[in-house]
Design a protein around this ligand. Structure first.
Ligand code: 13P
Length: 247
């Protein structure tokens, strides 16, 4: 069985004034809550201070993207070894906002995930369909194809995390139905099993897209949902901790 991961994605939000939220979340996560991990992914500018604030607690800190190369002439980019150096343990790759805003293809995402693994970070590989793709009845095909293309070749499956985030559900309040999530996560588990065999059962598959304290329990109860990737509701410690409690 996969462990459960409740992960926040702060996106392009947060300054030093937000660090008390990290401290409050760190104070609220309990190492005794067996099999449920808590993570907050913050902007690069906050990584070092967030990691320091969470040090010695059960809260883990992650980044929101990384470059596929370890170093070099890539102005403004941040590499996986740099992220690891801050004390962070995870990095999101392939978020739909990165794919849309920065043209990151699944091939690039697979290279970013490989770079993360090489640096000792856990990559959270994001995939999801647009509203048009869902309306055309091709969501399962699109997302399973995206998954296969975004997986780093030869990776140890025990080091991977997948996040299914339907683009139309992100930041809209339009959460996917439990039935649609169940169907998609079952298909993703099947694709992972085709790729990795029995070890696929241990890969956490998170749901993301308008998850909040009111709908989290229903989504997290779906068989192949092993946690959440939470945007807006992760910015406030009380909301994030309510979702963590639901897990
Ligand atoms: P929201 O929870 O704000 O919809 O964002 C989801 C998301 O994109 C997390 O990566």
């Amino acid at each position: 069985m996969a462990r459960t991961l409740v992960a926040g994605n702060w996106k392009m939000n947060g300054t030093s004034a937000s660090l008390p939220e990290i401290e409050a979340i760190a104070a609220g996560v309990t190492p005794e809550k067996e099999g449920v991990e808590a993570l907050i992914c913050v902007p690069a500018t906050l990584l070092t201070r967030a990691a320091a604030a969470a040090k010695g607690t059960a809260l883990m800190i992650g980044a929101e993207t990384c470059h596929a190369r370890g170093s070099g002439a890539h102005t403004g980019d941040i590499s996986a070894p740099m992220i690891a150096d801050t004390g962070a343990s995870h990095v999101i790759v392939g978020h739909s906002e990165r794919r849309a805003d920065h043209g990151e293809s699944s091939e690039i995402v697979a290279a970013q995930a490989a770079a993360a693994l090489e640096a000792g970070l856990t990559p959270i590989i994001c995939i999801g369909e647009t509203a048009a793709e869902r309306d055309s009845g091709k969501a399962i095909e699109v997302v399973t194809t995206m998954l296969s293309a975004s997986l780093p070749a030869g990776a140890d499956p025990s080091l991977l995390v997948i996040a299914y985030e339907p683009v139309w559900a992100i930041g809209t309040g339009n959460v996917a139905t439990v039935e649609a999530v169940d169907e998609m996560h079952t298909a993703l588990r099947a694709r992972l099993t085709d790729t990795y065999g029995a070890a696929a059962a241990g890969i956490p598959i998170l749901y993301g897209g308008s998850m909040n304290p009111g709908n989290a329990a229903g989504l997290l109860a779906v068989r192949d949902v092993n946690g959440g990737l939470i945007g807006g509701a992760s910015l406030k410690a009380a909301d994030f901790l309510a979702i963590y409690a639901a897990a």
